[in-house]
Each structure stands twice: as C-alpha cells, then as structure tokens.
Design a protein around this ligand. Structure first.
Ligand code: KG4
Ligand code: ZN
Length: 363
C-alpha cells in the first residue's frame, strides 16, 4: 500500500510518501520521499508563534506536496497528525488532508503524534532523511528498510522528551499504550529553551545548551536541584530547574562569560539527565520493561542518551535500547506514516469520520 503522511503539529511542515508491503515476518517499507521543513521564522520570537506556524504551514504544504508526489500515483491512504500539538497548526494539516481525500477519493487516517515518536525508532539509524530549508528540498530518493515483528519486545517503556512533552509511556504492544508519568509543569525541552534564553543563547535552546555543556572543563559551577527525583511516582517537574538558572544568573550580577555559560549549561544538562535517567530506571524496574524506547526532539541530546545507555548496561543488561535516527528525533512525517500503517493494518476497515485537531490528545 502507498501512504502519504502529513505532520503539522508544531513548527515543522513535513510530508512523506511511503510504500509498505507486509512480509511473512513483518513489513517492508520503501520511503520514496520524505521532506521536513523547519520554520525558521520563529527564531526571532524565542518560541513557536501559533499564528506564524499556521501561515507558514499553509504556504508550504502545497509546495512540499508537489515535491513529495512527483512521479507518484495517488496514495491508498492519507495519514495526518491530529494531536497533540498546537490546534491552529494541526488544523492546517487536517484541512489539507481532507481536501486531498475529497479530490482523490482516498481515506484519511488520524494519527497520534506521540505514537509517531515511539515508532520513529523502527527506522534504522542509517536511514537518510531530508531536513532542509524549503528552497533546498528537491531531494527524492528510494530507501528501503524492513520491520520484523519481534523488533520490539513487550512490555516496552517509552521516554518521550520534546519541547511540548515529557512522558513515560508503557507499551504492551504497538497501539496499546498507557501514560504512567508526565511533567507537572514545563516539558524538558521547554526547560532547555527557557534556560538557554536566560543565558542569552539562541532558540531552540536545547542544541545550544548541549554545545556549551561540551565546553565545560571543571570551572567553578553552580549546583542545581534535581526536581522530584525521589518521588515514588513517575512524574517530572522542570520549572524549578529553570528558576534555579534564573536565580544563579541574577546572583552573578554581570554579563555571563563563556566559561560561566559552559558551567551553567553543563550543570543544567546533568540535572535534567539525572532526573530523566532515575525516573526511567524506576519505571523499567516497576514494569519489567524488556525494551526502552526514547523519542522526541530532546533525544538528540547525547548526554541524555549516554546516561540512559549506561543505566541500562549497569542495571538491566537484558533490556534493549532504541533511539531514533538523528534526523528523526524531532517532528517528522515518516513517523506518522509508520504509525498510520500499523493503525491501518490493525483495523483495515475502520472509517474515521469527524477528524479534528485535538491539542491535548493523549495516547
Ligand atoms: O520534538 P520536537 O522537534 O518538537 C516538539 O516539541 O514536539 O522537539 C523540540 C525540542 C526543543 O525544545 C529543542 O530545544 C529540543 O527539542 N532539542 C534538544 C536538543 N535538540 C533539540 N534538547 C536538548 N539537547 C539537544 N541536542
Ligand atoms: Zn514532537
């Protein structure tokens, strides 16, 4: 079957066209085209501005569609992200999908964005992807990977970390999820972005803090809290960490030197990593997880990935670890196509009516 997938939940306008064939042991995927356009227009505002996101999605969707559909037949299904995300942004993708559905007489399959992040790990790490400013997006390529039905052992635990979410999800099978813990205030990516802003760094702040932390070399550094690290539940809190950064910068009382930025970035990243790793460890233990999955924009952070891998090697050597390919950590449509495929496969005759944006949709 051929699938066109559309993702517009935040500030990425992403479309892809894939072909999937079930095999005896799983499925064979061919990615014919996969384009992710990151809207750079938000940079000057230091965060995602919904009105601008909507405007840019509306401008870019038809342009990217032309590229993605080049030399391709009408797909059998259109998969679209319906939530969670920014509602004005989600609606752009949904309305676009519905228009194409009417034009081509093809069903629309609603897909949960967070399930997409979980299943993004099914794409091998070596998979190339296109992530480029719009003007450069002329690449179309054929790329094949296979899925084996025993690739993920269940129960699995997914740590989803992005600018909008911080969640621990228990997966009993593909399509069967329970959120067992989440942030009570800021998402971890949001905390990275806010801390970076306090330090005078660019948006998005996650990669900036990551970069500065690497420059830390034993200078004097602050000590930040590890919020909720000892609570018995699997919830998180990151707003206190950001406030600690604010107070520390105020206490220094002058413009930050490069050394001070490196020390703050290092300690911030250590605190965030320690909390994420500790809560994940408790959850693996509690649920006997056979597999640990990490996904979302913050999973591009090498320190967090290494922290999780070290913890697994020491405590749960039999639990396998899956992180997305670097180009698929952030929002993309390939993960939506994959999640859509499994949804179609599970329930081929389902008819989805009343498809609408659900900003706070849970798994
Ligand atoms: O998944 P994503 O692209 O969008 C959503 O929020 O859904 O995640 C974006 C977030 C931003 O907060 C960004 O600062 C963070 O991911 N991020 C990182 C890194 N790269 C991106 N955070 C920490 N370290 C990184 N290397
Ligand atoms: Zn996301």
């Amino acid at each position: 079957m051929n699938i066109l997938a559309i993702e517009t939940s935040c500030d990425e306008t992403a479309l892809c066209y894939i072909e999937v064939h079930p095999t005896e042991t799983g499925a064979a995927f061919t990615v014919h085209s996969n384009i992710t356009h990151t809207q750079l227009e938000h940079k000057e505002y230091g965060g995602v501005f919904p009105v601008i996101a909507k405007r840019e999605h509306q401008i870019n969707l038809p342009l990217i569609l032309n590229q993605v559909m080049k030399d391709r037949p009408v797909p059998d299904y259109i998969c679209v992200t319906t939530g969670p995300g920014l509602e004005p942004a989600l609606w752009c993708g949904i309305v676009f999908a519905k228009e194409l559905s009417a034009k081509w007489d093809v069903p629309v399959i609603p897909v949960n964005h967070m399930e997409g992040h979980i299943l993004s790990v099914l794409v091998p790490n070596t998979h190339p992807s296109v992530s480029a400013p719009l003007i450069k997006m002329n690449q179309g390529f054929d790329n094949t990977f296979s899925y084996e039905s025993n690739a993920l052992q269940f129960p699995a635990l997914a740590l989803l970390i992005s600018g909008g979410h911080t969640e621990l999800v228990l997966a009993r099978a593909i399509g069967d999820y329970t959120i067992i813990g989440k942030t009570r205030d800021d998402a971890v990516g949001e905390a990275f972005d806010k801390a970076a802003r306090l330090m005078g760094l660019d948006y998005p702040g996650g990669p900036e803090i990551d970069r500065y932390a690497l420059q830390y070399k034993d200078q004097e550094k602050p000590t930040f809290p590890r919020p909720m690290i000892h609570t018995r539940d699997f919830d998180f809190s990151f707003s206190g960490l950001k406030t600690a950064v604010l107070y520390y910068i105020q206490s220094l009382g002058s413009v930050l030197t490069e050394d001070q930025k490196a020390a703050i970035a290092y300690e911030f990243q250590e605190a965030a990593t320690e909390v994420l790793v500790t809560k994940t460890k408790k959850a693996i233990e509690h649920y006997g997880a056979q597999t640990l999955i990490v996904g979302g924009g913050v999973s591009a952070n090498k320190r967090i990935i290494t922290g999780l891998q070290t913890m697994l090697a020491q405590e749960f050597p039999d639990t396998s670890f899956h992180a997305p390919a670097r180009t698929l950590t952030g929002d993309n449509s390939l993960m939506i196509a994959i999640a859509g495929y499994f949804k179609i496969q599970k329930n081929p005759d389902a008819v989805y009516t009343d498809i609408k944006a659900q900003g706070n949709l849970e798994l």
